[in-house]
Design a protein around this ligand. Structure first.
Ligand SMILES: Nc1nc2c(ncn2[C@@H]2O[C@H](COP(=O)(O)OP(=O)(O)OP(=O)(O)O)[C@@H](O)[C@H]2O)c(=O)[nH]1
Ligand SMILES: [Mg+2]
Length: 424
């Protein structure tokens, strides 16, 4: 089944905790600290794979979680959590469901994208040795993993998109110019999912997408709606296929304009893409009458080609016109080539702020500060003292004081609530 949208949840692994440990040797009463670091959590990595054609699998399995890092044990470092590799079709766009931000766009086979980075392993006590603290008896907990709820959207990567009313002959055309063999029939909406075909012209190739038929009112959901038009968004040129002798006796030119209006309603940017018109089924009309239909398009300034997809006639000039657009060096094409990977390895925001809630509770908010707390062993006095010092350095303690927080007042950072105290 061809599925081009799915909602998924990705979770990277949490880092393992660092260890508190000391050298133990015979005859040495108390060795130095040697606690190792925890392993880092596994990442969730998306990889574009040309063997994948649809997002159907994500309907069956919408959750992916990477392994947590192992805790360190004594002076032995914790093992890193295994990454999770998730194969997606080429052309998959990843959007953060909460923020609407585009995180990644996987456009080429083999391209990788770290959608959730695993948490760093916590430092062992060895890390905390300093001139003033020679016997650190605390270690750091691992950093939490990330959780992202994402929308996956497949936007096919085709150079040319075939659009038009049902029955115009789009599927017949793609099967005449490529090896694609979609279903062809004399009733509307034969094609319900896009078909891709590779066209070979001289020594070059390009990809054509045969899209389901559009009808007036598609933007209000008539027919198959216009949802699948997203597969035309990445096309460099659209070929509007028109039936020169519609069975209902309607005018080819009026039909053309109605569908163009639908396109504009869907997305003006898509509508402004270069356009070619393929006036199809030339075999059905006497040559003079067909020429007249063709002329009616050309008089509008349109680049119209007369073809018979079924008889394989007039295809060559149309193919060369397609190639002209496909291989044209445009600024847009260059822009398209650069890949958006905003989400890779996102770090927690460094900013923070403090506010007093109505019930008197002081709340410190900020991803980096909350992470710091989450990585602290709150049961350990020395670890707490270390945290206090870091909060002091950041200016958090001073800000609390400014806001009137005094000895014994309740403060909350992340999941941690504590009584304020002025000294570490
Ligand atoms: N006489 C003639 N018939 C054609 C030609 N091209 C297509 N047809 C016929 O027109 C009908 C519709 O063709 P399709 O290729 O299925 O049309 P489509 O545009 O893909 O239609 P949908 O998938 O429903 O949107 C079929 O019966 C085809 O055999 C042509 O050049 N000449
Ligand atoms: Mg079709």
């Amino acid at each position: 089944m061809f599925i081009d949208e799915a909602e998924v949840e990705f979770r990277s692994g949490r880092g393992g905790s660092g260890a508190v440990s000391f050298h133990r040797e015979k005859h040495v009463p108390r060795g130095g600290p040697n606690g190792a670091d925890g392993g880092r959590g596994g990442d969730v990595i998306l990889v574009a794979d040309r063997g994948k054609r649809t997002l159907y699998d994500f309907r069956l399995q919408p959750k992916y979680a990477a392994e947590d890092g192992e805790h360190a044990s004594g002076n032995k470092k914790g093992r890193n959590g295994r990454h999770v590799i998730v194969k997606v079709p080429v052309g998959t766009v990843v959007t953060d469901l909460e923020t609407g931000e585009t995180l990644g766009d996987l456009k080429a086979h083999g391209q990788r994208f770290v959608v959730c980075k695993g948490g760093r392993g916590g430092f062992g006590n060895l890390h905390y040795v300093s001139s003033v603290r020679q016997v650190p008896n605390f270690a750091e907990k691992g950093a939490p993993g990330q959780r992202i709820r994402a929308k996956l959207e497949l936007k096919l990567l085709a150079d040319v998109g075939l659009i038009g009313l049902p029955n115009a002959g789009k599927s017949t055309l793609i099967s005449a110019i490529s090896a694609a063999r979609p279903k062809i029939a004399d009733y509307p909406f034969t094609t319900i999912v896009p078909n891709l075909g590779v066209v070979r012209l001289d020594d070059r190739t390009f990809v054509v997408a045969d899209l389901p038929g559009l009808i007036p009112g598609a933007s209000e959901g008539k027919g198959l709606g216009h949802r699948f038009l997203k597969h035309a968004e990445r096309c460099k040129v659209l070929v509007h296929v028109v039936d020169c002798l519609p069975m209902d006796g309607s005018s080819p030119l009026e039909n053309f304009e109605a569908i163009e209006q639908e396109l504009e309603r869907y997305d003006p940017r898509l509508h402004s893409r270069p356009r070619l018109v393929a006036v199809n089924k030339s075999d059905l009309l006497p040559p003079e009458q067909f020429e007249e239909v063709l002329r009616s398009f050309r008089e509008r300034g349109l680049r119209a080609f007369g073809i018979s997809a079924a008889a394989g006639q007039g295809l060559e000039p149309l193919l060369y016109a397609m190639a002209e657009h496909v291989f044209a060096e445009t600024e847009e094409a260059e822009e398209e080539a650069t890949v958006v990977l905003a989400g890779a390895g996102r770090r927690p925001q460094a900013g923070w702020d403090v506010a007093q809630e109505e019930d008197g509770l002081f709340v410190v908010r900020g991803a980096a500060v909350e992470r710091m707390v989450a990585m602290t062993d709150l049961e350990n006095r020395d670890a707490l003292r270390h945290l206090h010092r870091r909060l002091e350095k950041l200016g958090v303690i001073e800000r609390l004081r400014e806001l009137g927080c005094s000895e014994g007042d309740s403060v909350q950072i992340g999941d941690w609530e504590f009584a304020f105290t002025d000294e570490a």
